[in-house]
Write a protein that binds this ligand. Sequence first.
Ligand code: IMP
Length: 431
Amino acid sequence: MKQNIIILGTQWGDEGKGKIVDCLTDRVGAVVRFQGGHNAGHTLVIGGKKTVLHLIPSGVLHDGVKCFIGNGVVLSLDALDREVRELNDAGVPALERLFISESCPLILPTHVALDLARERDKGGEAIGTTGRGIGPAYEDKVARRAVHFGAFQDREYGESRLRALIEWHNFLLVERHGLDAFDADEIVEQQFALFDAFKSQCVDVARELNTLRQAGERVLFEGAQGTLLDVDHGTYPFVTSSNTTAGGVGAGCGVGPRHIDYVLGVVKAYTTRVGAGPFPTELFDDTGARLAERGHEFGATTGRARRCGWFDVVFMRQVIALNSIDGLVMTKLDVLDGLESLDICVSYTDANGATVDWPPGTLQDFQACKPVYESLPGWHETTEGITEWDALPENARAYVSRLQELLGVSIDIVSTGPERSANIVLRDPLD
Ligand code: IMP
């Protein structure tokens, strides 16, 4: 049995991971977030009802499934509180299913203020962050200044670390950014009140996962964002501040690499990106606008319009290698319905006119690359909700088959709509 399975985004995020995790969750004992924070946005549609999760793993809607937030996640207690309340209002007893690592670095209101101030000061050079304090919180983690969730178990210790961090943030906000300082007493009071609400959720996640593994439970590791937003392997500096690649699992929740049995990549049938940074296959024409409209390409977290473009095989080759991807789920095939023809980017031409089949290492070289396309005929029939391969229009099958051939990796599932049931399963990734 494949016991430990990673699910991650292979592009710039928003590939539809939440739906896939949700579909597979009936057959797992636990779902784990290992990186990122509430910058993620997983939209799930169940029985026509929309639920957007930012921080809590997508498995939370399932009774009997444990949800873990690993140490690699930066934790906003404020966001957690909001999300738990929303789930409770929707009849989901989130806290009964949720466990949080004592080593999660906290995101404070001052992190959010710093994130926004930096973006503002960068002007035209801004990254286009989600403004949730993610980058500043990871900075403090690496600088060994962060306050861990579990530190609050010892009031004196937790409070002294918290006050030292707020003092540092206030110095930056006032002296560097010309803004007002935050009231430290207010933040201390607010953070400890929130901690009290969640302290029984505080566990040693690595240990819990080890126990589950020994008991033979199946665990899904749910990536947030996408590979090209990885702080080491993405389009730096236009990236998020965590490791979104498969390697992030070990560091982000304490499960060793030999215990991972399958890496499932989620890829959109075209490409999107939110925020700034290079995007070789971006479309600026009516087709791009059509993809955005049909695909409802507006961010689940910030509501920003996503940039849209054709499928890019060049960076996918690198993404498959970086993550050791075993199989892919291709989402949103139905969004391509009704196009006359479809382009697939099979190589780039670099600034010197040379053909490139693997993305160049530097941002400047990547930015200079121009896509080289192969064109395939489109289809006019609707594919929405189709669950059988043979029921797809011939040209849709040809498109998926050609991508599988170019990528050299099995496409296990094709998703044909937002509903949980709208999938063509070609190979069961859990078997
Ligand atoms: P941050 O993660 O808020 O620091 O933002 C850094 C970059 O990652 C920006 O380009 C964001 O738009 C992007 N980003 C962060 N989270 C997501 C996500 O869940 N989906 C897509 N893009 C994201």
